[in-house]
Design a protein around this ligand. Structure first.
Ligand SMILES: Cc1cc2nc3c(=O)[nH]c(=O)nc-3n(C[C@H](O)[C@H](O)[C@H](O)COP(=O)(O)OP(=O)(O)OC[C@H]3O[C@@H](n4cnc5c(N)ncnc54)[C@H](O)[C@@H]3O)c2cc1C
Length: 379
């Protein structure tokens, strides 16, 4: 990073999907942000995580001009069930009058599309520039890397993690996600499966010709599960999932520890926390990046070429506008884990009744589908 004395309007720490999407959205509203990324540029193109993108996210990515470049598999239906209990339901795009309930893409594909668009728009991206310290001031903040110092009116923290300090709420679910892709004996037909088990939820998402697996399990079992040889892993997955699909091959497994972490407020003095740095959610409902994109959309709208983007009035307005959707999405995801991760018979009955009600009542299905598609502000 070259030494410069000019105060930047907006510095974005972290060039992951959230930071890059924000830089593009700001440019769309006539503001300029500069990205400071610890890793080499392009590392995001290797990100193996799978993202379930909602229809609302598609609309935001279209507005950012990157949707056409993302290799996305449409989800025509979602099948929801619980292992060892009655009740199941199926949400379909047809019933909701949408081209798809959502889409599945790798974080690598989303990252590559965003990175290409940043290059075309000539948005500054400083790679190998880990920000080691930020000193927050009243007029501006100072950012320090190993070799340099910059000042900015507003600092966006999009670094994908958050320190456990007084402003952070942490709930450790004691679970990890083992992720991989599997091949199936018959085509997946663009159906996604969400199966709740007492070990944690199991999600299978259609991704090109394969299914992407997010297999949640107790943290202490994750290592053993991930390290099973392919045949044993497939047998375990098959037993866990049931017989609706037959699995024939699996890719290398990776593990992610799962916690709910969120900052009580996503804004502070000359600071905004975005994406996983603002809230890290359990991936059960695939809400993390979708929520981040809705935050990106609102934040960029609130800072149109502002003279001082770090002015508290802009930040307070942004936080107020996002509060309902943010709290509801965090609460919805957390409630799913509490409700479906509990093996008491009463809970099993309640889950079954809930799924049955969902199956029998189209308005309730529409409600759940719209929440997954647009977030809490859809009504
Ligand atoms: C198993 C799993 C499945 C998921 N599935 C879904 C899903 O289906 N749908 C969904 O919407 N979300 C999903 N998520 C969540 C989704 O992956 C995240 O919401 C999203 O990737 C967060 O992006 P981000 O840019 O905030 O963070 P990251 O992708 O972590 O990027 C942060 C960037 O900041 C950089 N950085 C860190 N520290 C510094 C520093 N000090 N200085 C400079 N740079 C720094 C890092 O190198 C990195 O490039 C899933 C997550 C997991 C773990």
């Amino acid at each position: 990073m070259a030494a410069e004395t000019e105060t930047l309007p907006i510095a974005i720490i972290g060039g992951g999907p959230a930071g890059m999407a924000l830089a593009l959205a700001l440019a769309g509203h006539g503001s300029r942000g500069q990205i400071f990324e610890a890793r080499a540029r392009g590392a995001v193109r290797e990100d193996p995580r799978i993202l379930a993108l909602s229809h609302g996210s598609r609309q935001i990515l279209e507005w950012l001009g990157v949707w056409r470049r993302i290799a996305a598999t449409p989800i025509a239906a979602i099948h929801v069930s619980q292992k060892g209990g009655f009740g199941r339901t199926r949400l379909t795009a047809l019933e909701q009058g949408l081209p798809a309930l959502g889409y599945v893409a790798t974080a690598a594909s989303v990252g590559a599309a965003l990175d290409d668009a940043l290059a075309v728009a000539d948005i500054p991206y400083h790679d190998l520039a880990r920000v080691e310290r930020v000193v927050t001031g009243t007029e501006s903040s100072q950012l320090f890397t190993a070799s340099d110092e910059r000042s900015a009116q507003l600092v966006i923290y999009a670094e994908g993690m958050m320190a456990a300090d007084a402003g952070t709420v942490v709930r450790d679910y004691g679970q990890s996600a083992v992720i991989c892709t599997v091949n199936t004996a018959t085509p997946h037909g663009n159906v996604a499966y969400e199966r709740f088990t007492t070990q944690g939820p199991l999600a299978l998402l259609p991704s090109k010709e394969e299914m992407a697996v997010v297999y949640t399990c107790p943290a202490e079992l994750a290592g053993a599960l991930a390290n099973l040889d392919d045949a044993d892993f497939l047998a375990r997955l098959q037993a866990h999932f049931g017989t609706r699909l037959k699995f024939t091959a699996a890719s290398k497994r990776r593990m992610f520890p799962l916690q709910l972490r969120y900052r009580r407020s996503p804004v502070g003095q000359r600071s905004v926390w975005l994406g996983n740095a603002a809230q890290t959610l359990h991936p059960v409902a695939g809400q993390g990046f979708n929520l981040a994109l809705r935050d990106v959309w609102e934040l960029a709208r609130n800072l149109p070429n502002a003279e001082d983007p770090g002015d508290a009035r802009h930040l307070t307005r942004y936080a107020a506008a996002r509060s309902q959707d943010r709290n509801a999405t965090i609460g919805f995801t957390d409630a799913l884990i509490q409700l479906f991760g509990n093996d008491l018979p009463l809970f099993r009955e309640a889950r079954g009744l809930g799924l049955l009600a969902l199956d029998l009542l189209p308005p309730l299905r529409a409600f759940v589908a719209r929440r997954m598609i647009y977030g809490a502000r859809a009504w």
